[in-house]
Design a protein around this ligand. Structure first.
Ligand code: PRP
Length: 183
């Protein structure tokens, strides 16, 4: 669905599908150059990263295997608890791999902070982060993300994989949820 289909639930659109695809194409060119000849592994963080992974991997010219991890820190709330649970681990050993973690959003940064520390113990050759969205004003910990799609304000956003209580993940655009939906 597009933002116009659910306009009563939205405050405003922040990033259109077209803007996101153009930005991911730019980032894919950088990743193609940075990882040429390297043993790359894309690690997607379920469920939010499904859309960005699907679009990003198809913009790449290098062949990049992908694996998935499921963690959750949010539940049905709009605020991060900071408590990270592994719900599905990777199938691939990380030894010697150049890992690129693919995320939909860096909000407080707590999820990635935990994940990156965890991955460092698994022997990866390098670990970098690609995030479609980042909220600089909401970050509680410093995350050195090498590839970022868009910096956005600290509003509650949905779409392009991001949910509110499992709704709106299929919205093609990124939009601010109208407060009447969750208050
Ligand atoms: C969301 C998002 C990131 C994380 C970012 O996941 O996909 O993984 O929160 O927030 P943080 O920077 O404050 O830690 P969530 O736990 O909601 O699970 P989901 O991907 O299944 O929606």
């Amino acid at each position: 669905m597009r933002a116009a289909d659910i306009e009563n639930d939205l405050d405003r659109v922040l990033v259109t599908e077209e803007q996101m695809h153009d930005r991911l194409a730019e980032l894919a060119k950088q990743v193609d150059a940075d990882y040429a000849g390297k043993d790359i592994l894309l690690v997607g963080v379920l469920k939010g990263a499904v859309m960005v992974m699907a679009d990003f991997v198809r913009h790449l010219q290098i062949d990049a295997p992908m694996d998935w991890m499921a963690v959750s820190s949010y539940g049905a709330s709009t605020k991060s608890s900071g408590v990270v649970q592994i719900r599905k681990d990777l199938d691939t050993p990380l030894e010697g791999k150049h890992v690129l973690v693919v995320e939909d959003i860096i909000d407080s940064g707590l999820t990635l902070n935990w994940l990156l520390e965890h991955f460092e113990t698994r022997g990866a050759a390098s670990i970098e982060v690609l995030a479609a969205l980042r909220k600089p004003d909401a970050m509680k910990v410093e995350i050195d993300a090498k590839y970022v799609g868009f910096d956005i304000p600290s509003d509650f956003v949905i779409g392009y994989g991001l949910d509110y209580a499992e709704r709106y993940r299929g919205l093609r655009d990124v939009a601010v949820l109208a407060p009447h939906v969750y208050s």
